[in-house]
Design a protein around this ligand. Structure first.
Ligand code: VAH
Length: 327
């Protein structure tokens, strides 16, 4: 990768990926785009930024030509909970935007990345250690767009030779942006509430296991996959990746190691609980380890410590992570 165009750069992944790629590849070589401008945003202020509607193919093509990019990272999409409320918009944006991006990649012979998700699986999928290759019959509009997206990216590789690559992300946890309408957002909200109020009411029920990963590991995974030897990529567009699987009681217990007085109760949201129930409890990520040396560095307690330390600075709430208090 030498010169990269990123869509959805103000989102949870984009806002961190752009900054990390600018460190590695040079600020002027990472063109950040989004549907809106946010004054004062570091992604916008720190390097090349353009307003881009991913539904506008001509604008997308002209922008890729203008900057003479060699890589296209397509992140603009609606997430699971929002997509269940706005199903037609989710299909139009998630699929219309993707096919426009793939057409640009085909036309200009660009390397291409777009993420899939554990949301691409459904209740008929084996839920424990979900295999890399297995049945995918998701019961959400988000999941339908993710499975269709995986197939579309495979098609553009086999039919047109586009170098498409992708991963099935688990829930991603980060402190730099607020949650964007996903089902796994409870695992981000909980850290904010732990610092602000020392208590949290979870909208996901006790015992609901989902795969999760800390954002630094997600960013490293994208870069590692995009720099991998293509000859070694058998699965290419939809690698299962995960760093941990936990349920709400376990993340609460991790927080209590640093904030012993933290309390949690439940007010389950039937829509997001229904989505979570249809997703795997845990993934088998062996293909990613074998084909491109995927290797996450954060477990639950290390993530909790880093989240609480960084959120305390962001929110201006004093917090000093004691050494791990025995559980
Ligand atoms: C969501 N954060 O909740 C996203 C992600 C696996 C979850 O796809 O929709």
């Amino acid at each position: 990768m030498k010169k990269i165009l990123v869509t959805g750069c103000l989102g949870q992944i984009g806002s961190e990926l752009v900054m990390r790629m600018r460190e590695i590849y040079g600020t002027e070589n990472v063109i950040a785009t989004d549907i809106r401008r946010v004054d004062g945003n570091i992604v916008i202020e720190s390097g090349p930024f353009e307003i881009l509607d991913v539904m506008d193919y001509e604008a997308m093509l002209n922008m890729a030509k203008k900057y003479q990019v060699d890589t296209f990272i397509h992140l603009a999409a609606l997430l699971s909970a929002v997509a269940e409320k706005k199903t037609k918009l989710a299909w139009d944006l998630n699929m219309g935007g993707l096919v426009n991006a793939l057409e640009v990649a085909r036309e200009l012979k660009l390397k291409f990345f777009t993420p899939s998700s554990i949301g691409s699986f459904g209740p008929g999928t084996p839920q424990d250690l979900t295999p890399q290759d297995t049945i995918q019959r998701p019961t959400t509009m988000y999941g339908v767009t993710k499975v269709a997206g995986e197939l579309l990216c495979d098609y553009y590789f086999t039919k047109f030779g586009v170098d498409t690559r992708g991963v099935r992300f688990p829930g991603l946890i980060s402190y730099k942006t607020l949650p964007g309408g996903g089902t796994t957002d409870y695992a981000v909200d909980i850290y904010y509430e732990a610092l602000k109020n020392k208590k949290y009411t979870s909208f996901i029920g006790k015992g609901t296991y989902m795969d999760m990963m800390y954002m630094p590991d997600a960013i490293d995974a994208i870069i590692k996959l995009m720099e991998a030897d293509p000859a070694k990529l058998k699965h290419r567009n939809a690698f299962n990746i995960t760093a941990m699987s936990f349920e709400p009681e376990q993340i609460a217990a991790s927080i209590r190691k640093f904030i012993p007085e933290f309390e949690m109760d439940y007010d389950v949201d039937p829509v997001r609980q229904g989505i979570a129930n249809s997703w795997p409890n845990s993934l088998d990520a062996s293909a990613a380890y074998q084909e491109w040396d995927f290797n996450p560095q954060y477990d639950l307690d290390r993530m909790t410590k880093d989240m609480l330390e960084n959120l305390s600075k962001k929110l201006g709430i004093p917090f000093k992570a004691k050494e791990l208090v025995s559980a």
